[in-house]
Design a protein around this ligand. Structure first.
Ligand code: PAF
Length: 282
């Protein structure tokens, strides 16, 4: 029977019971409004661990004042159903006051990897992500934690944080899950009206274009990025935030294709900011 907890103490006592029994714990941190992308992470976690915990927490610390914290979509009933049908053992669903006690003033921050891409457009974002993921790891103490490749920079940042801070959790990355027409699954797709939903296809089309250019032998990064940008500009509702190529591990800009390269885009469709990417390993 799946348990739902709202306090850190209650969560800790369940986890410590599991640990006493020698069971492995898989963890999927989320902000809720779960879709098939999250479900794919949960399924993998269920396959690979004795017990699975999912956190549902819209983390205020990773949103700037001008961002969408207040309107971020929530549907706890649907999330509970999806988790229970997918074999989750525990949902941790705290209120912000439970996670950030009075006088809270400790943070986990990172330099370098957070300077480009989303870190540039959302300056406090990764400090909020690193801090909350650290806290969640301390509460859940997972053997493995599952993150989607759609948030590719987040994945590199979390991998680096776990390495730098000696956190004994294995980070597992899972591929992007797309709608039938190509749009990457995202809780923020809910913001799109029908016209914007159609326009949003420019993101996946641009990702597929980039992949095809490389497959067809194009090696010049600036030529690839230029063609991707021009493609986005054909969509009147789209406004580019960034179109970049970076080294996947260091998240530093590159000008030649070497090792594992992340081609990442962020595009506003109307007021909604969407991201997509592909990784090419030379
Ligand atoms: O990817 C997300 O949904 C969030 O950034 C995470 C990892 C749950 C931290 O709040």
């Amino acid at each position: 029977m799946m348990k739902v907890t709202t306090t850190i103490n209650e969560t800790r006592s369940i986890i410590s019971e599991w640990k006493k029994q020698g069971l492995t714990v898989g963890f999927v941190p989320t902000m809720g409004y779960l879709h098939e992308g999250h479900q794919s992470l949960i399924k993998k976690a269920v396959q690979e661990n004795d017990r699975v915990a999912v956190s549902i927490f819209v983390n205020p610390m990773q949103f700037s004042p001008n961002e969408d914290l207040d309107k971020y979509p929530r549907d706890f009933a649907a999330d509970t159903k999806l988790c229970s049908e997918s074999g989750v053992d525990l949902i941790f669903h705290p209120e912000p006051e439970e996670m950030y006690c009075d006088g809270f003033c400790s943070f986990v921050d990172m330099t370098g990897l957070t300077a480009e891409l989303c870190g540039k457009s959302r300056p406090i974002h990764f400090r909020g992500v690193c801090t909350v993921v650290n806290k969640l790891f301390n509460i859940i103490q997972p053997d493995r934690a599952y993150f989607g490749q759609k948030d590719a920079q987040q994945l590199s940042v979390i991998r680096r944080m776990v390495k730098d801070l000696n956190i004994p959790t294995e980070i597992i990355d899972c591929p992007i899950i797309r709608e039938a027409d190509g749009l990457a699954k995202s809780s923020r797709n809910k913001y799109l009206n029908p016209e914007e939903r159609k326009a949003a296809l420019i993101l996946s089309k641009t990702i597929f274009l980039g992949e095809r250019l490389i497959k067809d032998g194009e090696k010049n990064v600036s030529v690839i990025l230029d063609k991707m940008k021009k493609n986005i500009e054909t969509e009147p509702l789209a406004k580019i935030d960034y179109v970049e190529a970076v080294d996947f591990d260091s998240v530093q800009k590159i000008d030649e294709i070497k090792g594992k390269v992340l081609f990442a885009i962020a595009v506003y469709i109307g007021k909604t900011r969407l991201i997509d990417n592909f990784i090419f390993e030379a």
